[in-house]
Design a protein. Structure first.
Length: 231
């Protein structure tokens, strides 16, 4: 009888140790896993706020942009950055000027995507947005993932409107913005200007909301037709 009790205890000992180990799992490790995502093709991607320490990753990713992606991002073909430009892009507070970088879990030396917003000085609750995904990672859902994470951070930091200036032939980005509910507010021969409202002001009246909702619906229908035609 005693031998049976002893054997039962030994059998239970291993799962008990495992359970206790799980309870004691370091919180920093758990936080790291919250930043890891799988794309449509199961590629493992890690996201994080960028800073000066990410300079080489940023440059490595920039070098892999095709001319088309380069122009879609900078609206002109950019050959490189000055040290002053890199300081502006990387030495940021990640509140009023925030950037989320993406790396492949299997190759941490190259930035494969970046989402950035910069608040307007005159209207700090509104921000300009830019999204870049290097060509070999396009079409996998990374652009939308980055934009969704940027929205989360913007809302946490008190930003309620995101402004996007997108070249008319940037079909993928136009499609993402249409899915997220952005509305077109202006255009010229080369670009569309779109806004994404993140939250309504507290004193927004019901009648104003109904009026704006009707207006947005008609503009959104125009955006939907534009995006579908482009694709």
């Amino acid at each position: 009888m005693l031998k049976m009790i002893r054997n039962s205890f030994l059998i239970l000992q291993k799962p008990l140790r495992l359970f206790l180990r799980i309870l004691a799992w370091p919180s920093s490790t758990m936080a790291k896993h919250e930043n890891i995502y799988q794309l449509k093709d199961q590629t493992c991607i890690e996201l994080g706020l960028i800073g000066p320490q990410d300079k080489q990753r940023y440059l490595n990713g920039f070098k892999r942009l095709s001319p088309r992606t380069n122009i879609n991002r900078f609206h002109t073909f950019k050959t490189g950055f000055t040290e002053k430009e890199l300081d502006y892009l990387l030495n940021i507070d990640n509140v009023h000027h925030l950037a989320i970088g993406a790396i492949d879990c299997k190759n941490r030396n190259i930035g494969v995507g970046l989402a950035r917003y910069i608040c307007q000085q005159e209207n700090p609750d509104q921000a300009e947005v830019a999204i870049t995904v290097i060509d070999e990672y396009q079409g996998r859902g990374l652009g939308k993932l980055l934009y969704q994470q940027l929205i989360n951070k913007a809302q946490q930091n008190g930003v309620n409107k995101l402004r996007n200036v997108i070249k008319k032939d940037n079909r993928a980005m136009l499609h993402i913005l249409e899915q997220l509910g952005a509305i077109q507010i202006s255009e010229n021969d080369q670009v569309y200007e779109l806004e994404l409202q993140l939250k309504r002001p507290a004193d927004f009246s019901h009648s104003e909301a109904s009026s704006e909702s009707s207006q947005k619906t008609s503009v959104r229908n125009k955006m939907t037709n534009m995006a579908v035609t482009a694709i």
